[in-house]
Design a protein around this ligand. Structure first.
Ligand code: UTP
Length: 297
């Protein structure tokens, strides 16, 4: 019987070069979408999918992430004393993780995603675990929940996938399926390639920032040398797993935003704000009026 997936690694040690200068002194995972930082959406997604323990792999300028999930005693006391701030108090208290359920470890040098995951090895122990890239914002926890289920049933690693137009595949990691895509969005995977030329891509299914991995991946990363770009690539270890045992992909049905660049982040903010009852109507009206004016500067 496969072990239950209870832990998640959140690698947040990247440099965020696509979002400079905002990310010069601040982690990109602290960028807000409407009223909460990206990292909080990732934690909420995990909790909704049954994850209990968190390992944050951090780098420089990331202490705000640790503070965000701590109790803010002075703020909470002040809000509690003000009779009309109970909703705000609740929101603030919700942005915490149970005592002892989060570990923060430093990657020290951004040597790649594979290396970031490996830095979490002592806290993961010998269990399967999820990895979420928090700058990829998912509308709900449906994908992660399904991926955990597939991992626990098959006792093999699982990657999150989305379909892209064929001419766009060269920018991504692409899977090589070993069987047909099921109605449930699950597909068996035999290999994967990073950024293939369009005519050599084995499919139009790209890997997105959600992984549920069996523990042997840590030993495989341990044996890896630097890969593409001189970084220790998670994909290199996943390719070895896919070649030797059960390995699946799950195609997401949830909308996904890549908030690691200004355009993706802006679209996420607008989409999430339009869905908020207290903001949606006003924003919609403002946008219509603004677009009718036509000027872009
Ligand atoms: P990205 O590819 O988005 O890189 O990393 P980045 O450095 O964060 O951003 P850009 O491309 O320079 O704008 C994907 C995920 O892997 C983490 C990042 O924090 C992000 O969550 N990561 C990447 C690490 O934790 N360590 C690394 O060495 C590399």
């Amino acid at each position: 019987m496969a072990q239950r997936v209870r832990k998640a690694v959140l690698p947040v040690a990247g440099l965020g070069t696509r979002f400079l200068p905002a990310t010069k002194a601040m982690a990109k995972e602290m960028l807000t979408v409407v009223d909460r930082p990206l990292i909080q959406y990732a934690v909420e997604e995990c909790l909704a999918a049954g994850i209990e323990e968190f390992v944050f792999v951090t780098g420089r300028n990331k202490s705000a992430i640790e503070d965000h999930f701590d109790h803010a005693y002075e703020l909470e006391m002040t809000l509690a004393q003000r009779g009309n701030k109970q909703a705000e108090l609740k929101q603030t208290e919700q942005a915490t993780i149970k005592p002892g359920n989060a570990i923060f470890t430093r990657q020290q040098k951004p040597l790649g995603l594979g290396h970031a995951v490996w830095c979490a090895r002592h806290w993961i122990g010998r269990e399967p675990f999820a990895v979420l890239l928090p700058d990829e914002l998912m509308g709900d926890s449906g994908l992660l929940t399904q991926m955990i289920d597939v991992c626990e049933r098959s006792d093999g690693s699982v990657v999150g996938l989305t379909k892209v137009p064929r001419d766009k595949v060269s920018a991504y990691g692409v899977i090589d399926p070993s069987g047909p895509l099921g109605d449930d969005g699950v597909v068996p995977v035999q290999s994967m390639v990073e950024k293939p030329p369009v005519d050599e891509a084995p499919s139009d299914l790209i890997i997105i920032g959600r992984y549920v991995l069996t523990n042997d991946v840590l030993d495989l990363i341990d044996q890896l040398g630097p890969g593409a770009g001189g970084e220790i690539q998670l994909t290199d270890a996943l390719r070895q797993q896919a070649a030797s045992g059960p390995f699946h992909g799950v195609v997401t049905r949830t909308t996904r935003f890549d908030t690691g660049n200004p355009f993706g982040w802006l679209t996420a903010v607008i989409d999430y704000a339009l869905a908020r009852p207290e903001l949606g109507e006003r924003l919609d009206a403002w946008m219509r009026e603004r677009l009718a004016r036509g000027e872009t500067t």
